[in-house]
Design a protein around this ligand. Structure first.
Ligand code: GLC
Length: 686
């Protein structure tokens, strides 16, 4: 059951796609104080949700703020990252879900001020609250009901499940060719190379530097022939430059966000001074979206949207103020207070709340203009929606890869997200693991973190361990910041180990793709905490460093340096799979309970659940070359099991075609039967 409660005059976010009548009366469960929604948490009851946030899968014990922020400091005491995902499941005797559809700044104090109290505080009371209750009170069905409310998750093309290489710093045609060639020469599979800001002409959206890419369509095509897609970045800010058509059109048509006096707001990003398209205005959104055509026409089939919180390095107005104040300090003795003031002036230039309060959107449809900070969390969502709606218009029958940095619930229908500017830290590998199920709860299925770490110098053991988890995440992209140690997989002395692990990704593709598609089409989670599948098991509920992936697998990644194994909790008997690559897969039955499992640096472990199967393809050099008609099936010895495989052409949108589904049945004497439109050769792995 879903109940909607409306307070004040909420701004329409289009997060929820179903219509619910607003309820009369007061909101149950909470005491609705003047300022906050307050609820007493049961002792030990977990709280799940919030999507892209720091800390655990159980969010209890910290204070989080939904305020999309360009913040590379993802630490335990960080309050906001790039997304705003206001969905919670409140555990206890009768768990229920709550979605606060509110695009402004919203704070969730989940046992921070008082350990037994949840306090949710919006900046004003114009919002919709949805209460989600299911008969069984199970977290998994609460998520399912919520996901049905917010609509189907984005489905990328199949090639986007391949491995992608990225680095901020690839700058010209030769760099991209070299990356593709070196991967190929060393025998690594590869499906994509990402283009960061340096492909553009002076950081202008929808331009390609002619000097550095004299024949861009030729390059796109050559790489595509090698099975490699180029995926360019698009930034939110549009450079102010005479003669640049995107800028000139935007100004002429009034499509940029405006200051109070109606002049376009000026903020700086990579190109220096820029205007920000009014993504909340349907006409401006369509205009911006249709510009992606420039790159689609040159053979591009995927994009990543960045800096769309939006990030603002400084606004013209504040910069001038800061210069004046700094000038006052010149020549003075900078004692503690003055030095703090000096540093404060400069350090708080970027992403300043005052700037977000200084410009407006014109949402059209008879609505009044709205100040940006009131709807801040919708900006990245609507930039990605701009692209998604344009792709529907320009390429209605084709899937285009799209993922974004900033997001709000609702954006999950138009694209995935990556988890922002993490660091080459072991703790960020663990954060990546923990964030996956929370994001899935909020509809974001196509997601992954910058593998190896974005900031800081990585190490080869970290890259290998991250790869061993990354081969399971839908978005699998190695990305790093300019100036850091290079981390393409061929840079390291353990290159052979990395290659074998990466090959496993392609062997797992029939399973990973099937599970992704089933999760998307049925509004389910792909990555689940153990608590969701074993709710009665009080120990499983505590486990935060193991995840269920799809119906058959449980993952137990190694995320510590110098580890030669790890402790694992098995909620039931499971089949341990230990592997260094496709040619070395070892199986071992293990009983329920706690175990220490050795995992050498070049090995990874995961588990097959009883009654389930794992189909595996042969290694392939890219997703297109994966042959899912010849599969080996890993199964529990002597146990009946079945599996529904989903496969399609990976590009078109004929998702409901019954021919996409086929069934694998295994009898207890080891016989495989298969029903499906496509002929398949299936053998039992032994
Ligand atoms: C932002 C992005 C990062 C990108 C960089 C340069 O920091 O999050 O992925 O490499 O900008 O475009």
């Amino acid at each position: 059951m879903v109940r909607k409660f409306t307070f004040g005059r909420p701004f329409p976010t289009d997060a929820v796609v179903k219509t619910y009548p607003a309820q009369e009366g007061t909101l149950p469960y909470f005491t609705n104080t003047e300022e906050s929604l307050v609820l007493t948490l049961e002792k030990g009851a977990p709280v799940y949700g919030l999507g892209e946030q720091v800390r655990g899968i159980n969010k209890r014990g910290w204070i989080y703020t939904s305020n999309c922020t360009d913040n590379p400091h993802h630490t335990e005491t960080t309050r906001s990252l790039y997304g705003a995902h206001n969905f919670l499941i409140i555990g206890g005797a009768s768990p229920f879900g709550i979605f606060i559809d509110y695009p402004g700044t919203l704070t969730f104090d989940i046992g921070y001020t008082r350990s037994d109290t949840l306090r949710i505080t919006p900046e004003d009371w114009n919002l919709d609250i949805y209460l989600i209750e299911t008969e069984d009170h199970l977290p998994a069905s609460i998520v399912h009901t919520f996901r049905q409310m917010i609509g189907r998750s984005y489905i990328p093309p199949k090639w986007a499940f391949g491995y992608g290489q990225s680095r901020w710093g690839y700058k010209d045609e030769a760099d991209f060719r070299e990356v593709a060639e070196t991967y190929a020469e060393n025998g690594f599979p590869l499906d994509a190379i990402y283009m960061d800001i340096d492909y553009m002409e002076r950081y202008k959206d929808f331009t390609v530097s002619r000097e550095r890419f004299p024949d861009f369509p030729g390059l796109v095509n050559d790489l595509k022939e090698q099975g490699v897609h180029l995926v360019p970045i698009i930034d939110a800010g549009v450079k102010i430059e005479e003669g640049y058509p995107v800028y000139e059109e935007g100004v002429e048509k009034g499509y940029f966000c405006k200051e109070e006096d109606g002049t376009p707001f000026v903020g700086a990003v990579w190109p220096g001074k820029a205007h920000f398209p009014d993504m909340l205005n349907p006409e401006a959104r369509r205009w911006f979206g249709l510009h992606y055509k420039y790159l689609l026409d040159q053979g591009i089939e995927g994009f990543w949207n960045d800096m769309n919180e939006p990030a603002i390095f400084y606004s013209e107005k504040r910069l001038n103020k800061v210069f004046d104040e700094v000038a006052e300090l010149k020549g003075q003795n900078l004692d503690l207070e003055k030095n703090d003031r000096f540093l404060g002036l400069v350090n708080t230039l970027a992403n300043h709340p005052e700037d977000y309060r200084s410009f407006y959107h014109e949402p059209g449809n008879g609505m009044e203009r709205v100040r940006h900070d009131k709807v801040h969390n919708l900006y990245g969502y609507n930039m990605t929606r701009a692209a998604g709606e344009a792709f529907e218009e320009l390429e209605p029958d084709k899937r285009i890869l799209m993922f974004s940095r900033a997001s709000y619930i609702g954006m999950h229908r138009y694209g995935g997200i990556w988890q922002g500017d993490n660091m080459a830290w072991w703790s960020h590998l663990l954060m990546n693991i923990k964030m996956m199920p929370s994001l899935n709860m909020c509809g974001f299925l196509y997601t992954g973190a910058d593998l190896g770490g974005f900031g800081g110098d990585t190490t080869e053991d970290l890259v290998l361990r991250w790869l061993q988890f990354g081969i399971f995440t839908p978005l699998m992209r190695n990305h790093s910041a300019m100036g850091t140690r290079e981390q393409e997989l061929y840079r390291f002395s353990n290159m052979e180990s990395a290659k074998k692990i990466l090959e496993l990704r392609y062997c797992l593709l029939p399973y990973l793709y099937s599970e992704y598609m089933k999760a998307a089409l049925h509004d389910e989670m792909l990555f689940r905490p153990l608590a969701f599948d074993y709710p009665q098991d009080t120990q499983a509920v505590q486990v935060e460093d193991q995840l269920l992936l799809g119906e058959s697998l449980m993952l137990a990644p190694v995320y510590q340096p110098n580890a030669e194994g790890r402790y694992v909790y098995l909620p039931e008997d499971m089949l341990l799979i230990t592997t260094t690559g496709p040619e070395d897969i070892r199986l071992k039955l293990m009983t329920a309970g706690h175990h220490y499992v050795p995992v050498a640096e070049n090995e990874l472990i995961f588990f097959l659940r009883k009654g389930h199967l794992l189909p595996l393809a042969a290694p392939a050099k890219n997703t297109a070359a994966v042959d899912d008609t010849r599969l080996q099936v890993i199964a529990w010895p002597g146990t009946e099991a079945s599996y529904t495989l989903y496969s399609d052409d990976g590009v078109s949108k004929d998702y409901e075609n019954p021919e996409n589904l086929s069934d694998i049945q295994l009898s207890s004497d080891g016989r495989i039967t298969y029903t499906g439109a496509l002929e398949r050769n299936l053998t039992l792995w032994n």
